[in-house]
Design a binder for this molecule. Structure first.
Ligand SMILES: N[C@@H](CCC(=O)N[C@@H](CS)C(=O)NCC(=O)O)C(=O)O
Length: 219
């Protein structure tokens, strides 16, 4: 039996890139799973029941049918992809995929995702908006690193599409929401399109109209 055959539950917020990574891989694996929507903007990641599941108070969370829980989006991708074409068998290539996934969490997501969050989910007069110029600068640094890699290679997970691509795709695809100009990175744009053309690809749903209006007003 494969890892994705038995009673998986995912607790996630559909408009979060970290959560969308997990949904995208599960869809592409053809897995059966239950999605439980958890709205972090509404405080649902801070309830006693949710903190019992993940004391760190964050989605996504994967729960197996025996109750065991795995947190952290990229760890979830890694566990789900084991033994599938989404993770290379070769040790060096696997480590390369991990390298890009750690890059995503330390040098990319804290800037690209946080610029999007502040742009869309904070009031227009929020003092947090003063952070946006610096976040966009650092996001550009991360995109420049990706651009350099993609000028020479098609994918981030070794020679084929896989979990490092999924991890990096999630927030890169919506970087424009945070005021980051993807048109400066043609190789990144080509790679985004190549990811969208993978079998069983699903796009992240758009957030509500108020959030979208704030994106437009923030650029
Ligand atoms: N490093 C974590 C980050 C998860 C994360 O930041 N989740 C956000 C949504 S994107 C969240 O749950 N925030 C709610 C909160 O902090 O209360 C991962 O990759 O899973």
């Amino acid at each position: 039996m494969s890892r994705t055959d038995a009673g998986l539950k995912v607790y996630g917020m559909s408009t979060s890139g970290n959560c969308h990574k997990v949904k995208l891989l599960l869809q592409q694996l053809g897995a059966r799973y239950e999605w439980h929507e958890v709205d972090s903007a509404d405080g649902q990641t801070r309830t006693a029941a949710f903190l019992a599941l993940n004391p760190n108070g964050k989605v996504p969370v994967l729960q197996r049918n025996d109750g065991r829980v795995l947190t952290e989006s990229n760890a979830i991708l890694y566990w789900l992809a084991e033994g599938t074409p989404f993770l290379p068998a070769d040790g060096w290539q696997r480590a390369q995929a991990l390298s890009w996934m750690f890059f995503e969490q330390y040098s990319h997501e804290p800037y690209v995702a946080v610029a999007r969050f502040i742009s869309g989910w904070t009031p227009m007069d929020s003092p947090r908006r003063a952070e946006l110029p610096r976040l966009r600068e650092r996001a550009d640094d991360a995109l420049a690193v990706m651009e350099r890699h993609l000028q020479a290679q098609a994918w981030f997970t070794g020679s084929d599409y896989g979990i490092a691509d999924i991890a990096l795709f999630a927030y890169t695809a919506v970087a424009g929401d945070g005021g980051i100009r993807l048109s400066l990175y043609p190789a990144v744009e080509r790679w985004l399109q190549a990811v969208r053309e993978q079998p069983a690809f699903v796009a992240m749903p758009l957030p509500d109209a108020q959030v979208q209006a704030r994106f437009s007003a923030s650029v």
